[in-house]
Ligand binder design. Structure first.
Ligand SMILES: [Zn+2]
Length: 417
């Protein structure tokens, strides 16, 4: 069985130019004796916006691995696929993030909820889960409610899973089930019910991405109750440990944290929880590397800076259409967005300070950063002009990409203390 390693980290590379720069950050961590496995992830939506194909991601990942001589595992994730979008990923991916968020809350098949509740008397009443202080007390009515909300989504996950298995062969791919792109978070007891249902459905998932409490906005820090997040995260780990035993799910099943790319204030709580449970982790970033490309262009000055400004100006002009698909994951105060005229005069350090995610810098502007995060479409439309400028500013761009991944993400999560 193709088994996902204990620690894995999703890297997004929208324009397929930062494979090596990203991989270098993993090498730096490996040099400290810490093995974290890179997983290149790209969704159907990103491919559509950029005009790229799933095999481009595989090609970029393979090339980076070959050129740097990376001799450890790596994977290519078909991110947020559904039954309608999975087929183009069947050849090139070995990791599938099955997204069933759209089916949450849809009515389950007739009789399915009652049958589930009957089949799982262990879920009702006081449930002692090792690692959780107070036992869960789940009333039968609550099991029914959660089952009614999620069973159709679970059945859909089963359909997609079997579709992939029929094409690739059982055990020859890694499965994640994601429910993060939805309105309300899943509590730890809900996660338990969902895992029981996924086990019934025969989905051999190795990672699960619930929606956590709080806001995971694009490119900026977590907004929410960090203490509550930490309690839930710990309880989720306990639930997973219990579900693996009880329902015979893959032994390496672990949490996957998506969304937002830059949830820095959660890294310390996540790290503590992993230590407490000796648990694995998958964490996805995507847009953070695209933003470092823009930082690199700006830092290079000259034509690079001019292009970074042009991208911002166009993003400002088309902000409504850029932001619409991402409304649930951005909080932009338009009054805090610098006007185009003012921005045109900015020096390279000024632009970099506004965009780089350094919360200690008073010039950092999270509104500008979020807008540029969803503004990658502008760069996609610039096409060759954007890509050739990336090439021209390669040293500045790749330095920022590597430093960001290593210093701000991998080291706080996995690095030596
Ligand atoms: Zn996601």
């Amino acid at each position: 069985m193709l088994t996902l390693e204990k620690y894995s980290f999703g890297v997004g590379d929208r324009f397929a130019h930062q494979g090596k720069a990203q991989l270098r950050a993993f090498e730096m961590l490996a040099a400290q004796g810490m093995e974290v496995v890179p997983v290149w992830n790209k969704s159907h939506r990103e491919h559509t916006t950029i005009g790229s194909q799933p095999q481009d991601v595989r090609r970029a990942a393979d090339a980076a691995v070959r050129e740097l001589g990376w001799n450890k595992p790596y994977h290519v994730d078909a991110d947020h696929i559904r039954l309608t979008t999975v087929d183009t990923f069947l050849e090139s991916s070995d990791f599938y993030t099955i997204d069933v968020a759209d089916s949450i809350g849809q009515p389950a098949e007739f009789g399915a909820v009652e049958a589930f509740v009957e089949r799982h008397p262990e879920l009702t009443g006081d449930l002692i889960v090792p690692g959780i202080e107070a036992p869960f007390r789940i009333a039968r009515g609550e099991v029914t409610r959660v089952a009614a909300k999620y069973l159709l989504a679970v059945a859909e996950a089963g359909r997609i899973y079997r579709h992939i298995a029929a094409a690739k062969g059982t055990g020859r791919f890694i499965t994640e089930v994601s429910m993060d792109e939805t309105d309300s978070p899943q509590t730890p007891p809900e996660l338990l019910v969902i895992l029981a249902a996924l086990a019934d459905e025969g989905v051999a998932l190795q990672t699960v991405a619930p929606k956590f409490t709080g806001r995971f906005n694009k490119g900026v820090d977590y907004v929410g109750d960090v203490a509550q997040f930490e309690r839930d995260f710990n309880d989720d780990l306990a639930v997973i440990g219990w579900a693996v035993q009880r329902y015979d799910l893959p032994a390496n099943l672990k949490l996957s944290v998506h969304s937002g790319s830059d949830k820095f204030s959660l890294y310390a709580p996540i790290r503590r929880a992993l230590g407490r449970f000796d648990a694995g982790l998958h964490l996805k970033t995507a847009g953070t590397t695209w933003l470092e490309e823009v930082v690199g262009l700006a830092e290079a000055g000259g034509e690079g800076l001019a292009l970074a400004k042009e991208i911002y100006e166009q993003a400002l002009e088309t902000q409504e259409s850029l932001c619409a698909p991402y409304s649930a994951v951005i909080d932009i105060n338009v009054e805090q967005l610098p006007a185009a005229e003012a921005m045109r005069d900015w020096s390279s350090p000024q632009f970099v300070a506004a965009l780089r995610h350094d919360q200690a810098n008073p010039e950092f502007n999270p509104h500008l950063r979020q807008l540029l995060h969803v503004g990658y479409k502008v760069a996609a439309q610039l096409g060759e002009r954007y890509l050739s400028q990336l090439q021209a500013c390669e040293a500045d761009v790749s330095r920022n990409v590597t430093t960001n991944l290593y210093e701000r993400h991998l080291k706080p999560l996995f690095g030596a203390n």
